[in-house]
Design a protein around this ligand. Structure first.
Ligand SMILES: [Zn+2]
Length: 228
């Protein structure tokens, strides 16, 4: 009887300890609401992925995280119907006013804060001032084919990143900077790897020739995304 009591007390103590630790580390706590300022943790990827099917919840995350945005009315029809459309206020994107799904916007904001900017400061010694992109929305099938699966771009649920411009004026493009052992190449690879923690699909120049000049990042809903 005494042994059982001691065991129960011990288990209770462990449970309390775990609970208080999770309270201090919401990034590891699957039940804590997502905040984009939280550092990357065990639960972060799952929580960002959950936003793909929850546009309302997604905007609540942006609100909670003090990420400014302008929400737009749904638009388009058929395969190109976009229920979730918004523009981030301060995304450093060029061209600016990139309209995307909320899930892409939230993942982008998270990736910039926890992946791109720390990598730029650490490896290149300067923060990123501008991110050049090739577009978000495009009503088309994969690779612009006439048949087959529709692209995530058809619903604005993707963004193609072509280059980063640093505060000191340096421009690092996927096309010219990817290969080799330079700091620029190390930086680009780190941004690709970090994107895999935030987006469902990440396709880099390593994936195929069609992605030689950009990182394709999307928030397709599926169990196992591609990250290459
Ligand atoms: Zn793309």
């Amino acid at each position: 009887m005494l042994r059982i009591l001691i065991l129960l007390l011990l288990l209770g103590g462990i449970a309390l300890g775990v609970r208080s630790w999770l309270n201090d580390h919401p990034e590891h706590n699957p039940w804590a609401p997502l905040h984009l300022d939280h550092p990357p943790g065990w639960a972060t990827q799952r929580k960002l992925a959950d936003l793909r099917s929850e546009a309302g919840q997604c905007q609540a995350v942006l609100d909670r995280s003090d990420v400014g945005y302008t929400a737009l009315e749904p638009a388009g029809e058929g395969e190109c119907r976009r229920e979730s459309r918004l523009i981030l206020d301060e995304a450093k994107l060029s061209p600016d006013r990139a309209v995307s799904s909320c899930a892409v916007a939230a993942a982008y904001a998270y990736w910039m804060q926890h992946g791109v900017q720390p990598a730029a400061r650490e490896i290149l010694g300067a923060p990123v001032m501008r991110v050049e992109h090739l577009g978000t929305y495009s009503c088309r099938r994969l690779y612009g084919r006439d048949t087959g699966r529709w692209s995530e771009h058809a619903t604005g649920n993707a963004i193609d990143i072509a280059a980063f411009v640093l505060e000191d004026g340096r421009r690092i493009s996927l096309l010219t900077g990817w290969d080799g052992e330079s700091d620029e190449a190390a930086f680009l690879r780190r941004t690709r790897d970090a994107a895999c923690d935030a987006f469902g699909t990440v396709l880099s120049p390593d994936y195929n020739e069609a992605h030689a000049d950009h990182l394709h990042l999307d928030q397709q809903e599926r169990m196992w995304g591609v990250c290459r």
